[in-house]
Design a protein. Structure first.
Length: 509
């Protein structure tokens, strides 16, 4: 790689002089980088780019409003961290393999929203980037993307807020302005905020990918900056092979190169040894898509980009007709691999769900005992006059117990609820998060009734009622202060736990 020694020394010196708080975990000097691309930059693409030689990978731009509505879920089935919307859609998925090399790119127009998003993801990514170059209407109409280029003060506010409050390095990606002096003025504003690097797409807002990239402008920016400049936009004119990446860096004087379209068509552009055939790239991509349960529509779209000019082939036509990940894999002879992976995953889900059917019992500091069970409330399982909460009050009255006390916990930002019920100094809780306080009360009432052996449900098939007798609640093991009770409903064999997992959906942007 060219310029690596001089650039890295220059940047370390500038950081020390300015006294900015910088992370030492991720350097942007002398790097090959996968560009952020909408619908392309999902987890399988990022992981494959790293396998092929990329040093840093950016996720697709994710709008701040969208991520703020998500909650962070540690997916123990896939060994991923998922940021999930209320409806179960995974907005952003990442894993340990890319943790030190993935940069989260957000679309934002507000410093505080940007900070909130950055704090949500900073423990799971290597860097934070703000998109200030996207010319698409969906971005600019919200004051984001390239719309920010006309508001240097807002840019300064957003970046300064992030740099001062986020532990990971902060960067941004911009386009050039019509006038060179305006571009340089903006670059100096950005540099003054303390960002770790600046990515520059060498086209103006109005220019499209078929327009030539302005390498000369990027070069002037590179020469005027004391931070690493990442050159982007060279796929059309320059970058067709690995050796061309160095040529693009020479033309732009940039520290690093960011590749978009050429990587979209063949991720092995990052290989020093040269590109792989298209069929191998697709098979390698599919292995990650299957392993990380990438939603099939996103997988289909990404493979369409790899096929690129070969969509009229038999494989391309078959891909258009495919309606599942299994059907896509079959086109490239990977049906058995997909089927075996799905079966192994289902066994993990079944084992997890069986564990969820075990009541966990632990002693609290105040001397009370908390009984916990994953027990989502399902309205159809009960007669309208025999909802669990009603049953619980009746049982307490019959046994001359004090009335149960319901304590509600609300989870923000998705407004889900859990409830802890206290009776006779014992506590009962369903660990499922419900859509309403009422459902949370019924769910925890169900746990309580199951533990004390007084639950009555309506039979979905026969329309009859039956009771879960105490003999059907078995203590499976005792370990110290913790006790587990397995709920065995012999009269209703269908598992009551929700067998769905967040690995059924993935990024579909």
């Amino acid at each position: 790689m060219i310029l690596s020694v001089n650039y890295s020394t220059k940047y370390v010196m500038s950081k020390k002089v300015k006294g900015m708080r910088m992370s030492t975990h991720l350097s942007y000097a002398d790097k090959l980088i996968l560009a952020p691309m909408v619908r392309i930059g999902t987890l399988p693409t990022r992981l494959l780019a790293l396998d092929y030689g990329a040093d840093i990978v950016y996720c697709e731009e994710i709008i701040d409003h969208k991520l703020i509505k998500c909650r962070r879920v540690e997916n123990d089935i896939l060994n991923t961290v998922d940021f999930v919307e209320i409806d179960g859609t995974v907005v952003f998925r990442t894993c340990a393999k890319e943790k030190d090399q993935v940069v989260f790119q957000m679309g934002t127009a507000d410093p505080q929203r940007a900070l909130k998003v950055a704090k949500m993801v900073e423990s799971d990514v290597a860097g934070i980037d703000v998109n200030m170059g996207c010319p698409k209407d969906y971005s600019t109409k919200g004051g984001m993307g390239a719309a920010l280029l006309q508001h240097p003060e807002k840019i300064k506010q957003i970046l300064t807020t992030l740099v001062e409050n986020v532990k990971k390095p902060v960067t941004c990606k911009v386009r050039i302005l019509p006038k060179l002096e305006d571009t340089l003025s903006l670059v100096h504003v950005i540099e003054s905020t303390g960002v770790a690097a600046l990515a520059v797409h060498g086209r103006r807002k109005e220019e499209r990918p078929n327009d030539p990239v302005h390498c000369d402008v990027i070069k002037v920016i590179s020469e005027s900056c004391s931070i690493p400049v990442i050159a982007n936009g060279g796929s059309r004119d320059i970058i067709k092979s690995y050796s061309d990446i160095a040529a693009f860096r020479r033309l732009t004087g940039a520290s690093s190169a960011m590749i978009a379209r050429e990587a979209q068509w063949n991720l092995s552009i990052f290989r020093k040894e040269g590109k792989y055939p298209m069929e191998k790239v697709i098979r390698d991509y599919l292995r990650y898509a299957v392993e990380y349960d990438n939603y099939y529509t996103n997988t289909k779209y990404c493979i369409q980009q790899i096929l690129h000019e070969d969509m009229e082939t038999d494989a391309g036509i078959a891909l258009l007709k495919a309606r599942s990940l299994l059907e896509i894999c079959a086109i490239w002879g990977m049906e058995d691999f997909c089927q075996n992976t799905l079966e192994r995953r289902q066994k993990l889900i079944d084992a997890r769900d069986e564990d969820r059917r075990t009541v966990k019992r632990r002693k609290l500091m105040d001397g009370s005992v908390l009984h916990q069970l994953y027990q989502p409330f399902k309205t159809k399982k009960y007669d309208s006059e025999k909802f669990p909460k009603v049953q619980l009050f009746e049982v307490c009255k019959q046994r001359k117990w004090p009335k149960p006390v319901f304590s509600i916990e609300e989870r923000l930002p998705d407004r889900r609820f859990q409830c802890i019920i206290t009776i006779n100094n014992d506590k009962y809780q369903s660990t499922a998060w419900e859509r309403s306080k009422r459902a949370a009360e019924h769910a925890s009432s169900t746990v309580c009734l199951q533990v004390i052996g007084e639950l009555t449900r309506s039979s979905e098939k026969e329309g009859k009622c039956h009771s879960l007798e105490r003999s059907e609640v078995n203590i499976s093991h005792i370990n110290g202060d913790q006790k587990s009770i397995t709920i065995c409903d012999r009269k209703e064999k269908t598992s009551e736990v929700n067998s769905q997992t967040y690995c059924t959906k993935s990024d579909t942007r």
